[in-house]
Design a protein around this ligand. Structure first.
Ligand code: PSU
Ligand code: MN
Length: 303
């Protein structure tokens, strides 16, 4: 039932590197036209690295792996695209609808397609006050289930990061710091928390993943790299914006799948674009690492 783009299909058949990209960050993560621009830049960056991009989405009920420019533009522009997590995919397919896939759904579909590396901005996790709301992203469930390396700049500090790391530990998901021993907090380089392992060579991360596959250990791996220093947001300023927006969430009763897009949009507005710029920079930085991992995975044997 997967509709693979020609380039993706050829690369997978020939064992060449492919990197999956999610479509929620295009449809819901950034305003238009920044989102379209970013989608094109990400794909171009991968081509430059010798890696085939596979942006994933549900379009007209079809499970697409590898999108055309027109399809990327549609996702960026339409404004009415649903956010598609794990439970949405079969319904969107049956109803012939469009959906922008979250980390969870993108991981699942990447796994079905045989793609080993997926690059995103930040994973979803346990929300603050989850002890009252039970709001825990399905991204964590996907990380427990699908064998994919997920490259990210940690998780946003809008989440409860200690609880997020606890859940990852309980479910057996490794958190690897690429050339860092700190768990990054998306717009900020250091959350104050550590990672499980620091690994400095992409080859060794790919090797750990291959061993995990051979052993049949289920689930994904989180590989983190911090936002570049020059793009980091000021922590005190960020915490000010965040307090205000968390209060808005409470007073307006924002809940469920609307929480993450609402907070991102309000952060972008409140910071006058600063978080958009930071977000773009960190995704590109993640992408460079993702390309290296995809290439390392395709090279057989130990470094
Ligand atoms: N983090 C970001 N930008 C995003 C998201 C996360 O920096 O756009 C999106 C991803 O698609 C992620 C989803 O999978 O939000 C998580 O949403 P929820 O918390 O509702 O599971
Ligand atoms: Mn949620």
């Amino acid at each position: 039932m997967l509709k693979l783009g020609q380039e993706v299909s050829n690369a997978l058949a020939e064992g060449r590197p492919v990197v999956a990209l999610e479509s929620t960050i295009i449809a819901h993560g950034f305003p238009y036209p920044d989102n379209y621009q970013l989608a094109l830049e990400l794909e171009a960056l991968l081509w430059e690295e010798g890696v085939v991009p596979a942006t994933i989405a549900v379009l007209g009920g079809e499970l697409k792996v590898g999108l055309s420019q027109e399809e990327l533009h549609h996702l960026a522009r339409a404004g009415s695209i649903r956010k598609a997590s794990l439970r949405d995919v079969p319904l969107l397919m049956a109803l012939g609808l469009d959906g922008a896939t979250t980390v969870a759904a993108t991981m699942q579909i990447a796994h079905w397609a045989g793609i080993k590396v997926f690059v995103t901005g930040g994973i979803g996790g346990v929300h603050r006050s989850a002890e009252q709301t039970f709001d825990i992203s399905a991204d964590l469930k996907a990380l427990a289930s699908y064998e994919v390396m997920v490259v990210c700049a940690g998780a946003k500090s809008v989440l409860d990061l200690p609880k997020t790391l606890e859940v990852l530990e309980s479910q057996g998901t490794s958190v690897i710091g690429y050339q860092t021993d700190r768990f990054p907090a998306f717009y900020l380089r250091d959350s104050g928390l550590g990672v499980d392992y620091r690994v400095d060579e992409p080859e060794l991360i790919a090797e750990a993943f291959r061993i995990k596959e051979r052993l049949g250990v289920p689930g994904g791996m989180v590989v983190v790299t911090p936002i570049p220093e020059e793009d980091e947001v000021d922590a005190a300023q960020f915490n000010g914006w965040l307090e205000q927006i968390l209060e808005e969430c409470r007073t307006r009763g924002v809940a469920g799948k609307d929480v993450t897009p609402f907070m991102l949009r309000r952060l972008h507005e409140t910071s006058q674009g600063e978080t958009v710029r930071a977000n773009q920079a960190l995704v590109k930085n993640n992408l460079r690492l993702g390309a290296q991992l995809a290439k390392a995975y395709c090279r057989e044997g130990r470094p």
